[in-house]
Design a protein around this ligand. Structure first.
Ligand code: SER
Length: 321
């Protein structure tokens, strides 16, 4: 049995998901027990004011070890990663962070009996994967360096579970839509940018084709899934590091139509760039029945609810009264 969670380190804590995961973890476990780990981006005021921040560079093992020792860390949410589009610009750096960084985390977890959440992605899939209702067990032949490192991370994690009994868990996140911190360099980022542009300029030029359907998820569902999997009883889990996870699938055209219901003047145009090729290699819809069965996953937000909430929250943020 794993020790109960008391002291947490979140790597990549200032990123898109980390910056919303940390406040939830701090609510649950107390601000002082959740360490924000980062090194490039300084923490936002609310992260800085509600608990500790430490410089953690996952490629430098000693920076992780120092924090683990100082705080008696028992759980790591390893959120840092170089995403799909950025990874293609510097594959060597993506390999270093995503592979060597993750190896350091897993090794430190093995040595110290630490539980780990290690997210994977729809980027593990490739053109040979069935694109509709993509099964849990399927072809994993990604074409991006990001996808390749995520397949390796899933496999290495599963190996550590079986070989060393380390408690490592993870889901294949779809594109995550959020309104607090911008995503960094992914192929699904258009689905966040579009909201900012719709509110500010009433128009958006999309870097994907109008019919590029991709699996997506609103941040509250993403946070729930993450915490729910980490809370799940280990005895119920047949999978560990590679759960398919789904909520909503839509194309840019469908999202634009939904936004138009709230902002009738909104217009969209399309100028596909190199990210189109990546999108074309990923699934449209995902079968997440293993997650539903093994740990009770169920999303809350559909396209209409997500769009309404995004526009409300961002509207207040970008047009303060
Ligand atoms: N949002 C990610 C990306 O586009 C997918 O996991 O790279």
């Amino acid at each position: 049995m794993a020790r109960p969670t008391k002291r947490i380190l979140v790597t990549g804590a200032t990123g898109q998901i980390g910056s919303e995961l940390v406040p939830e973890l701090r609510k649950r476990y107390g601000g002082e027990n959740v360490v924000v780990g980062g090194h490039k981006r300084p923490p936002s005021a609310d992260l800085a004011e509600t608990g500790p921040f430490e410089t953690v560079e996952v490629t430098k093992r000693d920076t992780i070890e120092a924090v683990v020792k100082k705080y008696g860390i028992d759980t790591i949410y390893h959120m840092v990663a170089i995403m799909s589009a950025t990874g293609e610009k510097n594959p060597q750096h993506a390999w270093d962070v995503n592979i060597n960084g993750t190896y350091n985390i897993f090794e430190i977890a093995r040595e110290n009996g630490i539980r780990v959440f290690h997210p994977s992605s729809i980027a593990v899939f490739g053109p040979e994967t069935p694109r509709e209702n993509t099964p849990q067990e399927t072809v994993l032949k990604p074409r991006t360096i990001y996808g390749i490192t995520k397949v390796a991370g899933e496999q290495l994690g599963e190996y550590y579970v079986r070989k060393f009994g380390v408690d490592i868990r993870g889901v294949r996140y779809p594109g995550i839509i959020s309104n607090k911190t911008l995503p960094g360099g992914g192929t699904t980022d258009y689905a966040v940018e579009i909201f900012y542009e719709a509110i500010k300029n009433k128009r958006y030029t999309c870097f994907l084709r109008d019919d590029s359907t991709l699996p997506m998820m609103y941040m509250p569902d993403c946070i729930n899934a993450t915490l729910q999997l980490m809370d799940a009883d280990a005895s119920g889990l047949k999978h560990h590091t590679d759960f398919n996870l789904a909520a909503i699938s839509f194309s840019p055209k469908e999202l634009a139509a939904e936004i138009k219901k709230h902002i009738p003047e909104f217009t969209i145009s399309y100028k596909p760039d190199e990210r189109q090729k990546i999108a074309d290699s990923w699934p449209k819809t995902i079968d997440d029945s293993a997650a539903r069965k093994e740990w009770g996953w169920k999303p809350k937000y559909n396209l209409a609810e997500m769009t309404k909430d995004m526009l409300e929250v961002l509207g207040k943020k970008l047009r303060p009264a």
